[in-house]
Design a protein around this ligand. Structure first.
Ligand SMILES: Cc1ncc(COP(=O)(O)O)c(C=O)c1O
Length: 407
């Protein structure tokens, strides 16, 4: 049993130790993988007590599993929530949070730049269940307030948003709850991890993550998590997540994530440091029209808000726009050619891996989004989204130097 007082120790100590009470059978240092679908009981009374909730215990891995519990408790501790529930993917976490907390007739105010599949849930799936969504630029607090109706139950956003890096003021949006009762603020914190930003500290009610990204951090697991109050997590777990609709994280994936999170602080600090270096480099490049990174002063109001709510680090994600007309090329072609010229970053979606990844939203993730909608939310033809990996920043800069020169 760990005797660490988690209120007194720092992030890295909590990331390594929170949630795991050393295996009571054999003293294993690493979290054991409880690779079992069902659990046995000592006798019929014990079975009755566990199923009725009289005593804590496990009955079936779709509902809960001891390896998964370690990860859930770790995340609740790191995000500053009362409880957490893990999911088989980030989308499993997001859809379960929404399905768990909303019912037919409810209304959502959603950021107009959110991850593509989240957009589909809001635009297509929830309306088919009579849950309506209004999309607004959540960096505009007045626009958010104007979109609130009597039946609004959730305000949902990403900050920084994907891929425009627009920053939303979590505290200002959360303050709207004082006037408009019964609303929950849900923040997708995937780009940050709790080391960089803790939305619950600024008044948000629920945090969701694609654990696939920085939290696991090695590009080899798909997972998700929802963190919030014990009551909300209980509702999400029992209504939508694992227990009933069935989107549980597997014990093996939970083990991999717990393993990855032992180095979360080290990795994320390095991702953010290198991203800051690369953002400054790109901003000075004659080939680049504009850089979108919350740590840059040129981001204006976004930078000012980021300084308040991000922990002195500004994520490892950068978006930037190529110039139009380089050697007679359109910005669209320049962006695609630059990706082809780079030797270190892989052309791939996803983010938060040790390997640098680069993608061109206009021809990849957002290729099916109508051009006028792309324009409306700030996705230009020359925009590239760059997940800065753990390679040496100097090597990445040298690679960009040669890739630009070869355009
Ligand atoms: C910000 C954000 N949220 C959610 C998701 C969905 O996560 P997953 O792919 O684990 O379902 C992604 C995936 O790229 C994402 O970038």
């Amino acid at each position: 049993m760990s005797n660490i007082d988690f209120k007194k120790v720092h992030f890295d100590t909590r990331a390594i130790h929170a949630g795991y009470h050393r295996d009571s059978d054999y003293g294993a240092l690493a979290t054991p993988i409880y690779q079992t679908s069902t659990f046995t009981f000592t006798d019929s009374d014990n079975a009755m007590d566990v199923f009725s909730g009289k005593i804590p215990g496990y009955d079936y891995t779709r509902a809960c599993n001891p390896t998964v519990t370690v990860f859930e408790e770790k995340m609740a501790e790191l995000e500053g929530g009362e409880a957490a529930v893990a999911a088989s993917s980030g989308m499993g976490a997001i859809s379960s949070a929404l399905l768990g907390l909303l019912k037919s007739g409810d209304h959502i105010v959603c950021g107009n730049t959110v991850y593509g599949c989240t957009d589909v849930v809001m635009r297509e799936i929830l309306p088919s269940l009579d849950i309506e969504t209004t999309f607004v630029d959540t960096s505009d607090v007045d626009a958010v307030e104007a979109a609130i109706r009597d039946n609004t139950k959730v305000i949902y956003f990403e900050t920084p948003a994907n891929p425009t890096m627009t920053v939303t003021d979590i505290a200002a949006i959360s303050a709207l709850k004082n006037k408009h009762k019964g609303i929950r603020v849900i923040v997708d914190n995937t780009f940050n991890t709790p080391l960089v930003q803790r939305p619950l500290d600024f008044g948000a009610d629920v945090v969701v993550h694609s654990v696939t990204k920085y939290l696991n951090g090695h590009g080899d697991v798909i997972g998700g998590v929802v963190v919030g109050t014990a009551d909300d997590i209980n509702v999400i777990r029992s209504r939508a997540m694992g227990k009933i609709c069935g989107t549980p994280l597997t014990p093996f994936c939970a083990y991999m994530i717990i393993r990855g999170m032992k180095t979360l602080g080290l990795r994320v600090r390095r991702h953010c440091e290198s991203a800051m270096t690369l953002a400054n480099y790109l901003e000075a490049s004659p080939y680049v029209e504009k850089v979108y990174y919350p740590g840059l002063k040129s981001m204006g109001k976004n930078y000012e808000i980021a300084k308040r709510q991000m922990n002195g680090m500004y994520t490892g994600m950068i978006s930037f726009e190529m110039k139009d007309g380089i050697n007679g090329m359109s910005a669209f072609d320049a962006a695609k050619n630059l990706m082809d010229n780079l030797t270190i970053p892989a052309i791939a979606v996803s983010l938060g891996d040790p390997d640098s990844l680069i993608q061109h939203p206009a021809s990849m993730t957002h290729v099916k989004v109508p051009k006028e909608v792309q324009k409306e939310v700030g996705i230009s033809d020359g925009m590239l989204r760059f997940s800065v990996g753990l390679e040496e920043a100097e090597d990445l800069i040298a690679d960009f130097d040669q890739a630009f020169a070869a355009l």
